[in-house]
Design a protein around this ligand. Sequence first.
Ligand code: B4P
Length: 195
Amino acid sequence: MLNIILFGPPGAGKGTQAELLIQSFGLKHISTGDLLRNEIAAGTDLGKEASSYMDKGELVPDVVVIGMIKSKLDAHKHAKGFIFDGFPRTVEQAVALDNLLNTYNMPICGMLSLEVEKPELICRLLNRGKNSGRSDDQDKSVIENRINVYHEKTSPLIEYYKKQGKHFGIQGTGTIEDISVRIKKVMKQACFDKL
Ligand code: B4P
């Protein structure tokens, strides 16, 4: 089984690149952002709780997100592998993911970390906000808070996966196609035996 984490700050291209990878490798895509937005659209209690955090650019509580991931893994036990997009975002989430995957004997193969500078992130997200209807992409102060939260709570995961020898930094600027080529090259190096 091939399990990959697509990592990076908000707007780094995780969702964009995940779509291309699932086409190439036949992996199951799990985006916690998409799962949460589906709950909001369906008007569930979980969605109502999540939107109160997402509208401000804060992280949804770990217990909520970890529960969603567990039910996705349980529902797709026989998948060829998973691309985790936007998860984990805290050390607690990373520990929970390691524990869950170890129970299935299918550890993370690599954490592919897309590197993009703040001005480019802000520009991309404001651009998406013009058409996507995503409220968290329309307000510059919310976007800046998401980037601050990333540095405070999410970027420590780089060290967490470096210690496991699983961190791979990838330049996240340039055309979407060029970045995809870079990612696939790293995947072949990191996970060759599982492809
Ligand atoms: P997410 O849905 O994960 O959104 P994101 O970080 O903004 O990145 P996304 O993947 O959508 O954007 P992408 O970089 O592909 O999270 C939203 C919110 O949900 C979080 O703030 C949080 O509140 C909550 N949440 C989600 N997961 C959570 C978790 N695990 N724990 C707690 N809370 C959680 O693309 C951005 C834009 O850039 C697009 O318009 C794209 O077209 C463009 N783009 C991509 N690549 C480009 C390139 N190479 N050049 C130019 N533009 C590019």
